[in-house]
Write a protein that binds this ligand. Structure first.
Ligand SMILES: [Zn+2]
Length: 77
């Protein structure tokens, strides 16, 4: 098993925190600084959530355009 560590800088005290990806992936997006105890919302976690939401909203649109193109090909050929 390979252990990968993610590093992030605390916005409160500026110190570098290091966590392994297992606790990162299954935890909340809010990280706690181990030096000053400050809370930090990790953007890497929220970006993944946003990308997932975008995929869900654009996929039906792509299928609609694809079916429209197929219809046009059927009509004009
Ligand atoms: Zn801190």
């Amino acid at each position: 098993m390979s252990l990968t560590y993610l590093e992030w800088n605390c916005p409160m005290c500026g110190k570098k925190n290091r966590e392994d990806t297992n606790s990162f992936a299954y935890g909340t997006p809010i990280r706690h600084c181990r030096y000053c105890g400050g809370e930090y919302l990790d953007r890497r976690w929220t970006e993944i959530a946003v990308e997932g939401a975008d995929k869900r909203s654009t996929t039906p649109k792509i299928w609609f355009i694809a079916s429209l193109v197929m219809l046009l090909i059927a009509v004009f050929s």
